[in-house]
Write a protein that binds this ligand. Structure first.
Ligand code: PRX
Length: 634
C-alpha cells in the first residue's frame, strides 16, 4: 500500500527523509507496485543533457497496477463513475473488473487495427468513459497516447498529430456540451484534409444518434472495432523509462511541445501524490472536474486515482448546464468526498450567486482542490465558506504538464492552509528560488524564479522529437536546475505562493497559451501586418488575451475586423485562444534593436498606462500615446 502521511510531525519526518535520502524514499514507494522485473538502479540523472532515469531496468505495465490488482482484490468496486451531460440520463458505474474487461477488449481492437508497441495514438474525444478506456488500452499494449483537448481546431489537431507522427486518431462523432452537440468527427476530417500523412485509421465512437461523414477507406466505428474482442489481453512488458504518453503544451515559442512522460516514475509519483494530497480513504468518491485533454485529467482523473484503487468520477458536461447548480447537484447526488477544480470555474460559479450551492447538501465534501492558475483571495474564501462550509481544507495544488504530478500543496488537515498559497513541497520535491542571474535567493519573505533542484519521479523526460528543446527551455536557463517558468514568493513561514509565469506564456482559464502562438495565428489574417499579444487581469478567466494589431486598411475600433481576427484564431488554434480585447494601432512600441516592448503593452492592457515610467529610450516613443488612447477606447 502506498504510504499516506497522517500528521504534521510525520510530514516533517518524511520530507526530511525524502530529501536526505531520496533514493531510499522512492524505492520504498515503488516497491508497493507490481513490477514484472525489479529495477537495477533507482535513479540515474544529470540535468545537463538532460538525462533522467527512474527505476532503471525495471519492467512493468501501468495498467496491471491500475486495473488487474484491484480487479482481483475487489472486482465489484466502482472504478469510474460517469455522470453524463444530460442530467436526466443515467450515470454509469464501471467496476474494476468491468474496466479491466473493457480496456482489454479495446486493446485487442487496437491491435487488430495495426497498433503496436511504440505507435502513437491521438485522442480527440469528449469526457466519456471510452476516452479513459482507450487511453488505458494504449498503455496496455505499449502504444503511446497523446490526448488532444477536443476544443482545439483542425489545424491545431493536425499540428499535434504530425509532430507525433500518429498512426491512429480516436474520436467521437459529436461531443455533447450543454445544450449543443459539437461535430468533432468533422474536425478530424478537416485535419486529415489539411494533411496528416502518418494517420492510417480513425476510430469513431458513436456518442449521439446524429449522422456524420464516414469514409470506409480509413474510418471504423468503435463498436465494430472493440465490442466483439476478447476480454483477455496480456499486458505488454514495458521498461520503466519507455514512453507512456505525450501531451502537448504551449510554450514561449509558436510551436506547442510534446511533453514526454514515461511509465515507472509517473506511476509511482501520481499514485503517491494522489493518496496524500487528497487523503483518499477507502470508499471515498473523488471528483476532478478537469478535462482529460489536460495533464490534470491524465494524472488525477485516470492514473493517480486508478492506481490507488479509488472511485474516480468523470463528468461529460459543463458547470453551467442546465444551470449553475450542476456541480453542486452532482456533489450531492454522488456524495462526493474530494472535489478538485480550477479557480476559473470557482470564479464563474461565484458570480452566479450563492443560491446555487445553497440548494444542495454538500456535507460529504472533505477536501477541496484548486489547480491550474493562481487562486485569488475572494475566490478562495468563497470556495472555503460556501462550498466547504469552513470545514473542508483547500489544497491549492501547484504543478505543470511537465511535472506530471502535484509538487507544491498543502496536505489537507495536516499542514496549514493560507489563501493563495500552494504552501509546502511534497516529499521528494526540492524547490528553490533564484534571482535573474541564477543566484539562490535564501531566507523567507522573498521572491524569485521557481526552480527545482533535484529530480522527482514524474518529471518531464524530453520534448517529443526534439530533446534539445527540452534542454533549452527547462534546463539550460539555470545550471543544474529544472526551471518552471513561474515566479514565486516565499512568506515568513516558508510557504510558497506561485505568482504566475515569467515567460511569454499566459494562463487563460487555467489553460496555457503562448503569446507567440496566438500572434502566429493572428498573423494568418490577410489584413494583419504585425501583432503583439499580452495577458491582462480578467475577473473570471484569471488572465485574458489582449491583442495589439497593425492592420492594412483598418483603423481604430472596428468590430467587424476584430471579429474576423477572432475567427482566424479560432480556425488556427481553437476558441480558447480568441483574444478578449483587440486594439488596432499604427505601430508598436519597440526598443532600438526592434524588439517589441511587451512590458509597456502589458501595463496598458492592465489599465496602468499612467505608470509606464520613462519611454524616451524607445525607437518610437511617440507611438505610446496613440496605443494608450486607442486602448482606452475599446
Ligand atoms: O503558471 C503555473 C500555473 O499553471 C502552469 C502550468 O500549466 P499547465 O502545464 O497547463 O498545467 C496546469 C495544471 C497542472 C504553471 O506553470 N499553475 C498551475 N497550478 C497553479 C498555478 N499557478 C498558481 N497556483 C497554482 N496552484
Amino acid at each position: 500500500m502506498t504510504e499516506q502521511i497522517n500528521s504534521l510531525e510525520e510530514y516533517h519526518k518524511v520530507y526530511a527523509e525524502s530529501t536526505q535520502n531520496p533514493k531510499a524514499f522512492w524505492e520504498r514507494q515503488a516497491k508497493t507496485f507490481t513490477w514484472k522485473k525489479p529495477w537495477d538502479e533507482t535513479l540515474n540523472w544529470e540535468f545537463e543533457t538532460p538525462k533522467i532515469e527512474w527505476f532503471k531496468g525495471g519492467q512493468l505495465n501501468i495498467t496491471e497496477n491500475c486495473l488487474d490488482r484491484h480487479a482481483k482484490a475487489s472486482p465489484d468496486k466502482i472504478a469510474i463513475l460517469w455522470e453524463p451531460n444530460d442530467p436526466s440520463a443515467k450515470a454509469k458505474k464501471i467496476t474494476y473488473k468491468q474496466l479491466l474487461d473493457e480496456v482489454s477488449k479495446c486493446a485487442n481492437g487496437l491491435k487488430a487495427n495495426g497498433i503496436k508497441k511504440g505507435d502513437v495514438v491521438v485522442f480527440y474525444m469528449p469526457m466519456v468513459p471510452e476516452l479513459a478506456i482507450g487511453v488505458l488500452a494504449c498503455a496496455r499494449i505499449g502504444a503511446i497516447h497523446s490526448v488532444v483537448f477536443a476544443g482545439f481546431s483542425a489545424q491545431a489537431l493536425a499540428d499535434r498529430v504530425n509532430d507525433a507522427s500518429a498512426k491512429m486518431i480516436i474520436c467521437s462523432d459529436y461531443n455533447k456540451r450543454g445544450a449543443k452537440n459539437i461535430p468533432v468527427k468533422k474536425v478530424v476530417d478537416d485535419a486529415l484534409h489539411l494533411g496528416c500523412p502518418s494517420v492510417e485509421t480513425v476510430i469513431v465512437h458513436q456518442n449521439t444518434a446524429e449522422n456524420c461523414d464516414f469514409d470506409i477507406s480509413h474510418d471504423i466505428w468503435w463498436h465494430e472495432a472493440v465490442n466483439d474482442q476478447s476480454t483477455d489481453c496480456p499486458a505488454e512488458t514495458m521498461n520503466s523509462e519507455d514512453i507512456l504518453f505525450i501531451l502537448y503544451t504551449s510554450g514561449s515559442t509558436g510551436k506547442p511541445k510534446g511533453v514526454v512522460h514515461t511509465c515507472g516514475g509517473y506511476m509511482v509519483y501520481t499514485c503517491y501524490s494522489f493518496k496524500n494530497v487528497f487523503q483518499y480513504q477507502e470508499g471515498d468518491v473523488y471528483w476532478c472536474t478537469a478535462d482529460i485533454g489536460w495533464i490534470t485529467g491524465h494524472s488525477y482523473i485516470i492514473y493517480g486515482p486508478l492506481l490507488s484503487g479509488a472511485t474516480t468520477m468523470m463528468f461529460e458536461g459543463v458547470p453551467t448546464y442546465p444551470n449553475p447548480g450542476r456541480f453542486w447537484e452532482i456533489c450531492e447526488k454522488h456524495k462526493v468526498n474530494q472535489f478538485y477544480t480550477a479557480p476559473t470555474a470557482i470564479r464563474a460559479l461565484m458570480a452566479c450567486g450563492n443560491e446555487w450551492p445553497e440548494k444542495y447538501d454538500l456535507s460529504s465534501i472533505k477536501v477541496m482542490g484548486s489547480v491550474g492558475e493562481p487562486i485569488n483571495e475572494e475566490a478562495w474564501h468563497w470556495y472555503d465558506q460556501k462550498i466547504g462550509k469552513g470545514k473542508a481544507p483547500i489544497v491549492d495544488t501547484w504543478w505543470q504538464t511537465e511535472t506530471g504530478g502535484i509538487l507544491i500543496t498543502p496536505l489537507p488537515g495536516i499542514t496549514d492552509t493560507k489563501p493563495t498559497y500552494a504552501s509546502y513541497p511534497m516529499p521528494g520535491v526540492q524547490p528553490v528560488l533564484l534571482d535573474a542571474q541564477g543566484k539562490l535567493v535564501e531566507g523567507n519573505n522573498t521572491e524569485g524564479l521557481l526552480c527545482i533542484k533535484y529530480p522527482w519521479p514524474s518529471m518531464i523526460r524530453s520534448t517529443y522529437g526534439d530533446h534539445q528543446r527540452c534542454k533549452n527551455v527547462y534546463f539550460a536557463p539555470f545550471k543544474g536546475m529544472y526551471f518552471t517558468g513561474d515566479g514565486a514568493r516565499r512568506d515568513e513561514a516558508g510557504r510558497i505562493r506561485v505568482i504566475g509565469r515569467v515567460d511569454d506564456v499566459i494562463n487563460v482559464s487555467g489553460h496555457r497559451m503562448g503569446t507567440a502562438e496566438v500572434e502566429n495565428a493572428i498573423n494568418e489574417h490577410k489584413n494583419v501586418i504585425e501583432s503583439a499579444v499580452v495577458g491582462y487581469p480578467h475577473p473570471i478567466k484569471g488572465e485574458g488575451i489582449y491583442a495589439y494589431i497593425i492592420a492594412d486598411g483598418h483603423q481604430g475600433e472596428d468590430t467587424a475586423f476584430a471579429e474576423s481576427v477572432r475567427e482566424v484564431v479560432k480556425r488556427e488554434i481553437g476558441p480558447i485562444a480568441k483574444p478578449d480585447q483587440i486594439v488596432v494601432v499604427t505601430g508598436l512600441p519597440k526598443t532600438r534593436s526592434g524588439k517589441i516592448m511587451r512590458r509597456i503593452l502589458r501595463k496598458i492592457a492592465a489599465g496602468e498606462g499612467d505608470k509606464l515610467g520613462d519611454v524616451s529610450t524607445l525607437l518610437n516613443p511617440e507611438i505610446v500615446e496613440e496605443v494608450k488612447r486607442k486602448a482606452s477606447e475599446v
